[in-house]
Design a protein around this ligand. Structure first.
Ligand code: AMX
Length: 435
């Protein structure tokens, strides 16, 4: 069977033709008007990017290469005895658009284990960070520093032809993903204790190894959770902050480590990936204020007090989605299967019945429904990972899968430097003065 790189080499010429044909047929067609409000409004809804790994529908949620979350849960290979998809398979799907065989997935697990070691100086950088530095800052620094050994940066210095860019980009993308468990595990143990980092086991899958490095591999449920977690957090089309940042920085031919380091800094914001940490903090505050097993009325009042305090309800709302996030639903189903009686899960389920009504009544949020971050922290807490400010690191490990696969294709298809046009308010006033 072909390796991922061999399969890519076969697919690239076909995709170049496909893009050429699409541009020849549709290249001069208009996507409709651009409103001045969209320039001021965070470019919401503006068609602006090509992103092949996944497309987000406002009502239905995400599809990875055309497949919904339940469909990939069904179709992708599982670990022996496991029920959740292996993220290795999701990566293969994101890169090729094809469902891999079990054997191809095993080969990817082995390949990533073989690439997992990080340079000594990167270990030193992490070890020198004060434990008070947010894990996401440590994560981003370590990923950025991996640029030291970038195959793409080296090839570029040596004058590689543009047609060959994708090869070293692929190697960097694979190295990036492979090295994240060692980085995440090291940060976790430095910040929260837990002793010396164990070695990667080349016979185990990626999620199993990540669980081992974090010190949670004695819990089979946690390993399964990581497989699901990494799969569903990997990609959410191209316009979200982390994905778009990676693509933007990559368009300057910054290598995948520099590009993904930038993605992580965006993911670390509270309106984006940090929301999963914020949800848990918010839930804990609620519990300390109104107690456990609070009535619906008391919860409702607490939600209102958050809004009246000028804060957002973390884990709810979305820039694109207008229904419950299927990533939320997948995690809820995992909880119903593995921890139906967990008190914190019950609170999350109770909130699910209350917050949308309050947000609708408040009348501002365009989407009152929960997003991915409303649920993940509860599942991690159940298995003993209650270190909330580490949660976004796990989101980051997963998001590398989506960004890395798009970076490979951007270089394969010769994606240009991104450079949209900006205007000053003065310029806008002048341009539209008499229109
Ligand atoms: N709680 C309170 N108010 C909210 C809200 C929420 N959960 N979601 C949206 N609103 C408010 C906005 O703050 C905005 O208020 P403003 O007019 O005073 O500025 C108004 O409703 C309109 O916003 P919108 O068009 O519905 O949302 P958006 O596209 O501007 O922002 C998002 C989307 C996710 C940032 C927003 O819903 C939010 O802040 N949610 C809470 C944080 C969160 O869960 N983020 C994680 C998102 C998923 C992810 O990226 N991981």
């Amino acid at each position: 069977a072909a390796t991922l790189k061999e399969r890519l080499a076969e697919l690239i010429p076909k995709e170049l033709e496909n893009v050429k044909a699409a541009r020849a047929e549709h290249g001069k067609k208009s996507f409709g008007p651009v409103l001045v409000d969209q320039l001021y409004g965070g470019m919401r809804g503006l068609p602006a990017l090509i992103w092949d790994g996944s497309v987000l529908d406002a009502e239905e949620g995400i599809r990875f290469r055309g497949k919904t979350i339940p469909e990939i849960q069904e179709a992708l290979p599982k670990a022996p005895g496991g029920q959740e998809p292996l993220p290795e398979g999701l990566f293969w799907l994101l890169v090729t658009g094809e469902i891999p065989t079990a054997e191809q997935v095993t080969e990817l697990s082995k390949d990533w284990a073989a690439r997992a070691a990080i340079p000594d100086f990167v270990e030193d950088i992490i070890d020198r960070c004060p434990p008070t530095l947010h894990p996401m800052s440590q994560f981003s620094m370590a990923v950025t520093a991996l640029n030291h050994n970038s195959a793409f940066a080296k090839a570029y210095q040596n004058g590689i032809s543009k047609k060959e860019y994708w090869g070293p980009t692929f190697e960097d993308a694979m190295d990036l993903i492979a090295k994240l468990p060692n980085i995440a595990g090291r940060i976790f143990r430095n910040v929260y204790g837990g002793g010396k980092l164990p070695a990667i086991d080349p016979t185990k899958d990626y999620s199993h190894n990540l669980a081992t490095l974090l010190g949670f591999d004695d819990k089979p449920g946690f390993i399964e959770l990581l497989r699901l977690y990494i799969t569903i957090h990997s990609d959410h089309e191209g316009g979200n902050v982390s994905a778009h940042t990676g693509k933007l920085v990559g368009s300057a031919l910054s290598d995948p480590f520099l590009a993904f380091g930038a993605s992580l800094n965006g993911l670390a914001g509270p309106l984006h990936g940090l929301a999963n940490q914020e949800v848990l903090i918010w839930l804990r505050k609620m519990q300390s204020k109104i107690g456990e097993n609070a009535t619906d009325e008391a919860v409702k009042e607490y939600v209102w007090s958050t809004l009246k305090g000028g804060q957002v309800v973390p884990g709810y709302g979305h820039a694109v989605l207008r229904k419950t996030d299927p990533r939320y639903t997948a995690q809820r189903e995992f909880a119903l299967k593995h921890l139906p009686d967990d008190p914190l899960f019950k609170l999350v389920a109770q909130i699910y019945n209350i917050v949308p009504g309050v947000l609708l009544e408040a009348g501002k949020a365009k989407n009152p429904w929960p997003n991915v971050d409303a649920h993940s922290g509860v599942l991690l807490t159940y298995y003993g990972m209650d270190q909330m400010n580490f949660y976004t690191v796990l989101f980051g490990v997963s998001r590398a899968f989506g960004v890395a696969s798009q970076l490979i294709w951007d270089r394969a298809l010769g994606a240009p430097l991104e450079r949209p046009k900006s205007y000053s308010t003065e310029a806008i006033k002048k341009i539209f003065a008499n229109k």
